[in-house]
Design a binder for this molecule. Structure first.
Ligand code: FAD
Length: 304
C-alpha cells in the first residue's frame, strides 16, 4: 500500500537532523563541530531536544542561539510540558520567539517512574500546541514576518502508554486540530509500520505531513539504549550482524546499508522527508546521507 499520494516532487524530500544540547563546555564544542559538519548538507532545519523545559532549558537556549547566530540553519526547538506549569511554558515560548525561533516541536515528554503529576501541568501535548498558538496570536508584533511552525510527535509503533494503535491516530488528529502543522515519527525499523501509520492517519482525517524519524543503525549500544528509552527494538538479526562484524568499519558498513535500505523503502512509498536522530555524531548521519542520494527522489518522482 502506498503511504502518501504519489505526486511528483519538484525538489528533494525535506531533510532534518536532531541534536541534543550540550551537558558541559566540552560537549558544547563537540555539538558545534557536529552542526558545522551537518550544515554542509543544507538541511531544511535542525531540531534541538529538550530533556525538561524546567531544568535544561538554558542549555537548549545555548545551542539554539549558536545555531541562529553562527550558522545559516533554522532551529526547530523541542519543548516538553511535563513538570512545568502553563505560566512557565509561556515564558519559555516567548523567550524562544524573542530569540528568533520560528519552529517548535510540542511534546509532553516522558513521565518518570514514580512521578507525582503537578496539578498545574498539562496532561497531554495537545494543550501545549494550543498554548503556543494562543501566544502566537498575542505576539503578532514579534511575528510580523510570519507564523510559527508547530510540530508534534507520532508513533509508527504504538506509544507505550496507548491502549491501541488507533488511539495514537486519534491523538494525532487532536494535535492537528489543536494547531500542529506537521508530525515527526518516533524511529521504527519496518517500513510497513510507517506506511500503516500514514494510511490509518489519512483515513481518520489527518492531513498534516508525517515525517519519518530514523536512528542510524550502526551501534548496538545506541540501538539498545534507544530501545530502553522508547520501547522500539531494532531487529534481532540486525543486532546480531553488528555484534559479529569483523570490526568497526564492517559494523559501520552494515549499519549504514540497513539504514539506507529502510529510508529508501519509506521514500519510495512517498514519505515527505527524512529526520535523522544524530546523537550528536555527524559521521554516521553523513554516511547514511551520502549513500542515500536524496536528490534521486527529486530527479525520479515516485509513482510516475
Ligand atoms: P502526547 O501526545 O500527550 O501523548 C502521550 C500519551 O498520552 C500517549 O500514550 C497518548 O496516546 C496519550 N494521550 C494523548 N492525548 C490523550 C487523550 N486526550 N486521552 C487519553 N490519552 C491521551 N521527549 C523528551 O523528553 N524530549 C524531547 O526532546 C523529545 N523529542 C522527541 C522527538 C520525537 C520526534 C518523538 C517521536 C518523541 C520525542 N520525545 C521527547 C519523547 C516524547 O516526549 C514521549 O514519547 C512522550 O511519552 C509522549 O510525548 P507526546 O508529545 O507524544 O505526548
Amino acid at each position: 500500500s502506498r503511504a502518501e499520494a504519489p505526486a511528483p516532487r519538484s525538489r528533494r524530500p525535506a531533510l532534518s537532523y536532531e541534536l541534543f544540547p550540550a551537558r558541559g563546555d566540552a560537549s558544547l564544542e563537540k555539538v558545534r563541530r557536529t552542526v558545522a559538519a551537518l550544515e554542509c548538507t543544507q538541511p531544511d532545519y535542525v531540531s534541538v531536544t529538550c530533556a525538561s523545559a524546567r531544568t535544561n532549558f538554558p542549555r537548549v537556549l545555548e545551542l539554539t542561539d549558536h545555531i541562529l547566530s553562527e550558522t545559516g540553519l533554522r532551529p526547530l526547538v523541542h519543548l516538553t510540558s511535563v513538570g512545568s506549569s502553563a505560566a512557565d511554558l509561556s515564558v519559555s515560548i516567548r523567550t524562544l520567539m524573542q530569540l528568533g525561533v520560528r519552529g517548535i516541536l510540542a511534546l509532553r515528554g516522558d513521565i518518570p517512574p514514580g512521578y507525582d503529576t503537578r496539578d498545574d501541568e498539562f496532561p497531554f501535548a495537545r494543550y501545549l500546541v494550543e498554548l503556543i498558538r494562543r501566544i502566537e496570536r498575542e505576539e503578532t508584533a514579534t511575528l510580523a514576518a510570519g507564523r510559527l511552525a508547530v510540530g508534534v510527535a507520532t508513533y509508527a509503533q504504538r506509544h507505550p502508554e496507548s491502549p491501541t494503535h488507533q488511539h495514537d491516530i486519534e491523538v494525532l488528529l487532536t494535535k492537528e486540530r489543536s494547531g500542529a502543522d506537521f508530525a515527526i515519527t518516533q524511529a521504527f525499523f519496518d517500513p510497513a509500520e510507517y506506511s500503516d501509520l500514514v494510511r490509518r492517519a489519512r483515513r481518520a482525517g489527518v492531513t498534516i505531513p508525517i515525517i519519518p524519524g530514523f536512528v542510524p543503525m550502526t551501534s548496538v549500544r545506541r540501538l539498545t539504549r534507544f530501545a530502553e528509552l522508547s520501547g522500539v527494538h531494532a531487529p534481532a538479526e540486525h543486532l546480531h550482524a553488528l555484534e559479529t562484524a569483523s570490526g568497526p568499519e564492517e559494523r559501520r558498513r552494515i549499519g549504514i546499508a540497513a539504514s539506507v535500505d529502510l529510508i529508501r523503502a519509506v521514500l519510495d512509498d512517498g514519505a515527505p522527508g527524512v529526520h535523522l536522530f544524530t546523537f550528536n555524531e555527524h559521521v554516521d548521519a553523513l554516511g547514511v546521507l551520502d549513500r542515500l542520494d536524496l536528490g534521486r527522489w527529486a530527479r525520479e518522482p515516485v509513482g510516475v
